[in-house]
Design a protein around this ligand. Structure first.
Ligand SMILES: CC(C)C[C@H](CS(C)(=N)=N)C(=O)N[C@H]1Cc2cn(c3ccccc23)CCCCCCNC1=O
Ligand SMILES: [Zn+2]
Length: 168
């Protein structure tokens, strides 16, 4: 049980998020709903609650940025790395950045924002990568079917970090 070590998990059940800079690839309301859906994937499996806030004091700040964007991990233009997220913690902890040089979509072409966001929020909750290609936390993008995004391994890993909840 490592929960006493700061940074491996959030030590609260209600986590706030806010959306800063948007992408021009999708309507804002579409981005809002895809981000909300990606959080709800983890809410169902972890028992955590995600609440949207409109202030920059939220736990998780979600933004679309390019190249150098104020952290030590500049993006690389089209393709390559699609996004990154900081692990749980204060300040930059949990913050999630999407590379706006990618083509973000709600469907099959380009990169599916819902699928990528769900992967990133796994990192923002403290999950590492999986070696299982069927896992959401596999290190490379695969157009997973949104219906069954989480593998049994993903559910087991989030349960190991947070209060276990039946995955019905
Ligand atoms: C799993 C994602 C949602 C998030 C991760 C980033 S992270 C930090 N959150 N784990 C990601 O972007 N992985 C790269 C990994 C990657 C694949 N290639 C690359 C070529 C160059 C650089 C990186 C890559 C080969 C070419 C395909 C490039 C497009 C797809 N890119 C990826 O899958
Ligand atoms: Zn990753």
């Amino acid at each position: 049980e490592y929960s006493h070590i700061q940074g491996t998990r959030w030590n609260k059940n209600v986590i706030t998020y806010s959306i800063g800079r948007y992408t021009r690839d999708l309507p804002r309301r579409t981005v809002d709903s895809l981000i909300e859906s990606a959080f709800s994937v983890w809410a169902r499996a972890s028992g955590l609650t995600f609440v949207r806030s409109h202030t920059r004091s939220a736990d998780i700040i979600v933004e679309f940025v390019t190249h150098d964007h104020g952290d030590l991990y500049p993006f690389d233009g089209p393709r390559g790395t699609l996004a990154h997220a900081f692990g749980p913690g204060l300040g930059v902890g949990g913050d999630t950045h999407f590379d706006d040089d990618e083509r973000w979509t709600a469907g099959e072409t380009g990169f599916n924002l819902f699928v990528v966001a769900a992967h990133e929020f796994g990192h923002a909750l403290g999950l590492k990568h999986s070696r299982n290609p069927g896992s959401l936390m596999y290190p490379t993008y695969t157009s997973l079917h949104p219906a069954n995004l989480l593998s049994r391994e993903d559910v087991a890993n989030i349960n190991a970090l947070y209060s276990p909840v039946r995955s019905h």
